[in-house]
Structures are given as C-alpha cells and as structure tokens.
Write a protein of this length. Structure first.
Length: 388
C-alpha cells in the first residue's frame, strides 16, 4: 500500500510535507568532537518523526571518524535496505575502531536484509554476534567508547525504535543521548550479557528483559498502589503498542481497585477491559491511529509528585517481558519529564480526532462530539516547527 501511495501523483489527497526539527545541539556541531561535547553537556531527547533522525546517523558517523573513539557497540533489529547506520559501522571498522554488533536475524520481513548486512560487517572485521539462544534481541542501543584525558567515557543512544532512517519518518519513537556513567556501566554489562561473557542480574538504572524488567515494573506499580492506599494522588500512564500479558493486566486491575488512576494508550491489541464495575473503574484505554504509526513505549509514574518516566523497546506482552532482550531506560532530566508529561502524554490524552476510547465490552468509540478538536500528531508537528 505504501508503494501505491508513493507512486500516485495526487498531492491534494496526501498529507502536506513535514520537515523534521533538528535540535540546536546538533545543528551547531561542525566537527565530530562537537557532537560528543553536546552530549557531555546534557542529556538530549529526540522525538521522531517530529525531530529528525539525522542526529543519530551523525552520532555514529562522528564515532567512526573521531580519532579519540576506541570502540562502538550496537544492536540492530530492523535497519532497512540502504542503511547509513550500517555504513557508519563499516567505516568505523575500516578506520581501525573496534566494532561489535548484535544483528537479530529473526526480525520478521527483514531477515534477508539483516543477513546481507551481517555478512558485509563480518567481511570488514566487525565482531558480529547473533544473540542468545531462545531469546530474540529487540533492544535499541548504541554505545561509543571514547578516550578522554587519562580515561574513557561511554556515550549512549537509547531508543524505543529501530535504527532505520526510512521508518523514522513515519514511526513515532523516542530516543535519548547520554553519557551518564551508571547507564554506561549498565550498557557494558548488557553487551557482555549479549555476547555470553556475563550473567549479571543486577543493573543500576536500566531495566533489562528478561532479567529484571518485569520485576521492576511490578515494584513501580505496587509503589503507586501504596501511595493510593495512603490517600495520596496516584497515577500511571502507559503508552504501548500492545497490552497482552496476563499478570500485568491483573496487577493493573489491582491498582485500579486500590485507587490508582490508570491511563493506557494502547495502539493495537489490548486484552484488558476498562470501566468494569468493581474491577477496572479507574482504568481508561485509548487507541490512537493517525498519520504516523504510534510506536514508542512510555511508562509514567506520578510517585507522589516525584515523577518518573521510563522509555524503551518493550511492550506489555509475554514475549517482550520473558522471551526477548529489551532495554527500558529512565528519563532523569526534569525538563524532559515535564515535556513528556505535559506536552506529549497530556496531549495524547486530550486527542479528540484520532483517538478512540475502549468501552467495558471491548468495543471502541470515537471521542465525544462537541469536544474541542485536538489532533496530537498535528499538535506535535506545530509545536516542533515553532521551536528555534
């Protein structure tokens, strides 16, 4: 269907072109070192396709060309046919960097492309691994190890979406650049786990499936239940592609019964029923379909005013929690937490044009007529276009 859409010259029937925003931290970078300086100065959050994907490619190109960079480690799930991401990794290896890449060969519909890229990477000396037996690697993470002064610093890109510039123009996803030391140490342990050199079970900040993700999410939901039982405001907002996992559904029912307000933005399959008397009266489920494919996974916890937000690659499905390697990471910059809570999640929950609410019988209805029209995707495009 995309081929039909792209090959028909009827622009009045198509969405108007949108030019993604490029963050000033990257727009002003004139050398590879400038990119690392920008990330060292502050964590940088990108929201695709409203923010351009090009900074991710620039980050990897900078790593390939910077003489101070010693190594690059990355997971690849879906990268597409013509991949500047893989080209950057090939260049890095050819320039003498140590490059290690985990390629997931069982990414549906992308098997042929991934096998081809894996062969090319191996041909130039990249250390290519294919994951752990019985576990599909679905995490989205890149780590650059750079020599600085008498030591090294680890720079990370963590994301909810694939390293694919083409789908980044039509999939909604979030990504974070950071050089946080604890997350860098966790990333090192994760790559050791993926290559079979470690069986580490405790991570400082990252939530890793199938190691600790399910348990940590359960603890965070139960903490919110504790706030509700103490008479405090309790609220969770989860944005996922699918909600299928039965233990998680039962826990969310318990949270509702404890007095926690539960807002669920579930684009696709949702096996939870909201608004059932005595079971889920405090749960609200919204599915949103629009110009862009909603793909990010966001986990928000009010936490008695000390708000926490986690982003990552994992949906609430048994396959994601138990049978795949997933990475969920915290947002720690107050500005980022406020932006996601107010401008992003807040606007999703106000949408009246693209959103449908699930009823207790499992059917969906559009937003009530008469409400002020809000299209979250249009709003985010306008918001980003107004940034300097």
């Amino acid at each position: 269907m995309w081929q039909v859409y792209n090959n028909v010259e009827l622009h009045d029937l198509k969405y108007p072109p949108y030019k993604p925003f490029i963050s000033p931290q990257f727009r002003q970078a004139s050398s590879p070192a400038d990119i690392f300086d920008a990330i060292r100065a502050e964590n940088i959050l990108l929201h695709h396709p409203y923010d351009a994907f090009s900074p991710v490619v620039d980050f990897l190109n900078a790593a390939a060309r910077d003489p101070q960079v010693l190594a690059i480690k990355q997971t690849l799930y879906r990268v597409g046919q013509n991949s500047p991401v893989v080209e950057a990794l090939l260049e890095a290896s050819e320039r003498g960097k140590q490059v290690a890449v985990l390629v997931e060969l069982k990414a549906r519909f992308d098997e042929e492309s991934n096998i081809s890229w894996a062969r090319r990477l191996e041909q130039v000396g990249v250390h290519v691994v294919y994951g752990l037996l019985g576990l599909k690697t679905h995490s989205k993470i890149a780590m650059v190890i750079r020599k600085e002064g008498d030591g090294i610093r680890r720079y990370l890109h963590l994301a909810t979406g694939n390293y694919n510039p083409s789908t980044a123009r039509i999939y909604e996803d979030l990504g974070l650049f950071t050089c946080d030391e604890a997350m860098g140490a966790d990333a090192t342990d994760l790559f050791n786990y993926l290559t079979g050199y470690s069986t580490k079970q405790d991570y400082q900040k990252l939530l890793i499936a199938p190691v600790n993700l399910r348990q940590r999410l359960e603890v965070l939901i139960e903490r919110e239940m504790g706030h509700a039982r103490a008479g405090k405001k309790a609220h969770v907002v989860f944005k996922v592609n699918h909600l299928v996992d039965e233990p998680m559904i039962q826990l969310l029912y318990q949270a509702s019964q404890a007095g926690v307000k539960v807002d669920l933005l579930v684009r696709g399959i949702c096996c939870l029923r909201p608004g059932v008397k005595g079971v889920s009266e405090n749960i609200y489920v919204t599915s949103l379909l629009g110009r862009y494919l909603e793909h990010s996974r966001v986990y928000y916890f009010h936490n008695n005013g000390q708000e926490e937000i986690y982003l990552g690659s994992a949906d609430l499905m048994p396959r994601n929690l138990d049978h795949r390697v997933e990475v969920v990471f915290p947002l720690e910059k107050p500005e980022h937490i406020r932006h996601l809570r107010e401008n992003v999640l807040g606007t999703y929950l106000k949408d009246t044009l693209r959103a449908r609410q699930m009823k207790a019988d499992g059917s969906y209805q559009r937003a009530k007529p008469g409400e002020a029209p809000v299209d979250v995707q249009d709003w985010l495009m306008t918001y980003r276009s107004g940034r300097k």
